[in-house]
Design a protein around this ligand. Sequence first.
Ligand code: MN3
Length: 226
Amino acid sequence: MTRRSFLVRTAAAAVTLGSGIAPAATGTPLPPLPYAPGALEPFVSARTMEIHYGKHHRGYVDKVNELVAGTDLHGRPIDAIVKAAVGAPARTALFNAAAQAWNHEFFWQSMRPAGGAPPPAALATRITEAFGGMSGLRTAIAGAAAAQFGSGWVWLVRDASGALAVTSTANADTPLTTTQIPLLTIDVWEHAYYLDYQNRRADFVTALFDNLLNWEFAAANDARRP
Ligand code: MN3
């Protein structure tokens, strides 16, 4: 059936970097996954990734394209669409879809297969300054995930003063529209973990922290100045 064959094509294309999968001849593309859907096993299953990326993320991108069709936002980068839609009452549906699309792209980049590098030295020093060390950061992220009622996201950010901080946002909300610079995120919507961990959000979050977070991506974001 059509939907299934799309998923197969998505999985095949996922290992090809830099080739956005356009939903149509024009519009904002669904960015490729930076690894194969099964690359995060056993901590995140291929089945979760196929549904989370191939259905949830794609659904948000499709919704953005539907809502911007015929407007001056058609084909714009997703971050520009988020910033154009935030706080505009008539654009709530567009903000929700675009922010979720941006957050998911950032989340895929926030992970890499298990066994990757620890935080580079400069980032490790900043983590120690802000949290006392990796153990303190782990506790802060676990606490933010537990305290986020309902759907949302947990973030490691650089705040306006330049210090690192852990925050959470509800639903589609994103630090992209604030003075904070996001370094890493973890999706704590139930669809991110329910197949693999059922109701055990804490186990999902600690499994990501201990095995899958992409510290080199975080360091690159921290080094970038606005
Ligand atoms: Mn999600």
